[in-house]
Design a protein around this ligand. Structure first.
Ligand SMILES: Nc1nc2c(ncn2[C@@H]2O[C@H](COP(=O)(O)OP(=O)(O)OP(=O)(O)O)[C@@H](O)[C@H]2O)c(=O)[nH]1
Ligand SMILES: [Mg+2]
Length: 201
């Protein structure tokens, strides 16, 4: 266990109305507003947590999903450590737009290696009875598009909300550990006569 707290920026993206602000507010303030207003631009809240013995300050950036606010949200993508691609299970269009959100993020965050960037997909509003997207098709999308973790949440009922943010932290820490491992591999390689040890990057 390390005593130093790590600041991680995670960003919530997805269509207007899927529940991004509700997820952030449920996680940070444990409140739910059934009459929430659309977000204009971006807002952020912090929460401290401990995941697998690591102390983390999670800086959660909540963005406006409506198309007319695109120019207000995209400047805030840079520097994100993890992207939560969010849709609502009762809104098929929001699921079909996941790929556009992924592309928008990669472009404006200037992600150099999208294949290794930690995305997590959230299917929100699972408390609703009338679903338009099944768990299986969401899982299939995640598998095909980068083997991303998929979690089904309800900001209303507080189902899997903490689990979703903890998963985001785990994904970032896993990438960080992989990088450290690669750097260690290179260090060893420099002092070794063999060419092994640098194949992971
Ligand atoms: N039943 C149910 N309703 C939810 C849930 N999450 C959010 N809502 C409702 O869905 C509506 C939209 O939620 P928001 O959190 O404002 O959605 P958003 O993604 O932030 O929308 P934008 O800010 O426009 O991008 C609100 O009326 C919420 O109360 C949920 O898990 N279940
Ligand atoms: Mg919002």
């Amino acid at each position: 266990m390390t005593g130093k707290s790590l600041l991680l920026k995670v960003i919530l993206l997805g269509d207007g109305g899927v529940g991004k602000s509700s997820l952030m507010n449920r996680y940070v303030t444990n409140k739910f507003d059934s009459q929430a207003f659309h977000t204009i631009g971006v807002e952020f809240l912090n929460r401290d947590l401990e995941v697998d013995g690591r102390f983390v300050t999670l800086q959660i950036w909540d963005t406006a999903g409506q198309e007319r606010f695109k120019s207000l949200r995209t400047p805030f993508y840079r520097g994100a450590d993890c992207c939560l691609l969010t849709f609502s299970v009762d809104d098929r269009q929001s699921f079909e737009n996941l790929g556009n959100w992924q592309k928008e993020f990669v472009y404006y965050a200037d992600v150099k290696d999208p294949g290794h960037f930690p995305f997590v997909v959230l299917g929100n509003k699972i408390d609703k009875l009338e679903r338009q997207v099944t768990t299986e098709e969401a899982q299939a999308w995640c598998l095909e598009n980068g083997n991303y973790p998929y979690l089904e949440t309800s900001a209303k009922d507080d189902t899997n909300v903490a689990v979703a943010f903890e998963e985001a932290v785990r994904q970032v820490l896993a990438v960080e550990e992989q990088l450290e491992h690669c750097m260690l591999g290179h260090t060893i390689d420099l002092h070794s006569s063999s060419k092994s040890g640098s194949s992971c990057c």
